[in-house]
Design a protein around this ligand. Structure first.
Ligand code: ADP
Ligand code: MG
Length: 476
């Protein structure tokens, strides 16, 4: 017999399970632990403030109904949230708050006024000659939410970005850390957030800057003895978007100054949006104290778009460019180019260029010729989907089985091999490979890679499989 609160919660879970998708159940409900039952109030423990907000935002009605069903009409829910405290060196603490009392959960933001004559600050982003300090946000109007196609691959990142844009600094997605491989839309999404904030909150000072530009400015400021101006400038920004923070790796002084700017902004309730090619846990050459801050808010990934999303992206692009293409051409493009959005757009542009240069109309044949060249000319990164398909064909397994939970030996082996090749041949993170394989976690993927490496060394027949598969995958 478990404890009473555990029993109550497990009954709740069985109701919830019938009412949400398996993926959502796994993501949002499996990690919850019941920790107490006092009178009619059940306390559940959630791993982070973000988690709590997400539940409140998306599942509060279901949770309320379920609790009342189990505990009667007076049944209520309390959350116990594991907080990672904003002060360094403190252990994570807990706070308990009742359900649907959203504001109470937020870290009280300490507002630190900037005690400097802001007008005196020198910075290339400040538009000179104006009475008020006006910062050029460095935003490109084409990279808006309107032009950003939503798909399964970007749903979480996009909706978190949208939430942040509505309430900069006022959600627990702070920092919002967006990560994903090249050409998957990190820059576009982070710019879209900036633009949306400018529209919703015209009084806020928004700045988009690449980590390289930030670094370069910092180095110059040290050289010119304007280090204080540099820091003061960044401390007066309301929404700071830094793109590609992986380039901070190995740059200790820059990391140090960014650390202080980050703390100042975060403590003042200002919004930070960061992008990188990997999640914080996989970043190297970046100080631990920064990485831990990157994890404070929400880490959301961008994955390769599926076929449907690729078609939607092409259609959007054609619409904004005012061009029309036969349906079969669009589908062919989307089908053949499954690596990233940048390549997809590149192919579309070359196709249009080809047709207008040669005064040929765009037919499926022309598209085929062009794609052949295009695909050959770019060093293609294989996709996880493709690897899974080749592995499944090879072992004669349906792909659904590979993504299922089954522990059957031959399935486990194929799954591990697919994970191994995905790690080896794509830039996807362990977590993302796991997510593509029916929602396994990064530790499972890591374990798979180790197992496969061991077997390659010890099992001759297994080695043969790997060699065969390697050839099949690279000969795509
Ligand atoms: P990253 O910064 O991740 O390398 P970008 O943001 O530069 O990628 O995106 C590459 C190209 O693909 C850009 O032209 C961008 O507008 C486009 N793009 C990426 N994702 C989407 C999307 N979901 N909808 C529309 N266009 C997209
Ligand atoms: Mg980019």
């Amino acid at each position: 017999m478990g404890k009473i609160y555990e029993d109550v919660w497990s009954k709740c879970l069985s109701i919830i399970k019938d009412n949400v998708s398996p993926q959502s159940y796994k993501t949002w409900f499996e990690p919850i632990k019941a920790v107490n039952l006092k009178g009619d109030t059940l306390t559940i423990q959630v791993p982070s403030p973000f988690f709590y907000e997400w539940l409140e935002e998306h599942y509060i009605t279901l949770l309320k109904k379920t609790i009342k069903k189990e505990l009667g009409p007076r049944g209520t829910l309390d959350y116990s949230i594991i907080m990672e405290n904003s002060k360094a060196h403190k252990k994570p603490t807990q706070m308990t708050i009742p359900a649907s009392n959203r504001m109470a959960a937020r870290n009280p933001s300490i507002s630190v006024p900037i005690e400097i004559g802001a007008r005196g600050i020198k910075n290339p982003f400040i538009i000179p000659g104006l009475k008020k300090v006006v910062v050029d946000s460095q935003l490109n109007h084409n990279l808006s939410f309107d032009n950003y196609v939503e798909g399964e691959c970007n749903r979480l990142a996009r909706s978190a970005g949208f939430a942040v844009a509505n309430k900069p600094g006022g959600t627990s997605f702070n920092p919002l850390f967006i990560y994903g491989g090249v050409g998957l839309g990190k820059t576009h999404l982070s710019q879209a957030i900036g633009l949306e904030i400018k529209t919703n909150h015209p009084d806020k000072t928004v700045l988009y800057v690449s980590s390289e530009k930030f670094t370069q400015q910092f180095i110059e400021s040290v050289r010119n003895n304007t280090h204080n101006d540099f820091i003061h400038f960044y401390q007066m920004i309301d929404v700071l978007i830094i793109d590609d923070v992986q380039f901070f790796a190995g740059k200790e002084k820059t990391q140090d100054v960014f650390f202080h700017i980050f703390n100042h902004l975060h403590q003042s309730g200002k919004q930070l949006v960061l992008t990188a090619d990997k999640p914080p846990i996989e970043m190297q050459g970046v100080e631990q104290r920064l990485l831990s801050r990157f994890k404070w808010g929400l880490n959301a990934d961008l994955q390769s778009p599926d076929l449907e999303t690729r078609i939607a992206i092409l259609q959007k692009k054609m619409y904004t460019e005012g061009i029309e293409l036969p349906k079969e051409v669009v589908e062919y493009l989307a089908y053949s180019i499954n690596t990233n959005v940048r390549e997809l757009e590149g192919a579309l542009i070359s196709l249009i260029a080809q047709s207008s240069l040669n005064k040929k109309s765009i037919t499926l044949d022309l598209a085929k010729q062009m794609i052949d060249k295009f695909v050959k000319n770019t060093a293609r990164e294989v996709s996880i989907e493709y690897i899974q398909k080749v592995v499944c064909d090879y072992f004669n397994l349906p792909i659904e089985l590979l993504k299922s939970k089954t522990r059957k030996r031959e399935v486990v082996q194929a799954r591990q091999i697919a994970m191994f090749f995905s790690k080896q041949m794509t830039k996807a993170s362990l977590a993302s490979i796991g997510a593509h394989t029916g929602g396994k976690d990064h530790a499972t993927v890591l374990h798979a890679c180790k197992t496969v490496n061991n077997l390659i060394d010890t099992d001759k027949r297994f080695r043969g499989y790997i060699d065969d598969l390697q050839k099949k995958i690279t000969l795509q």
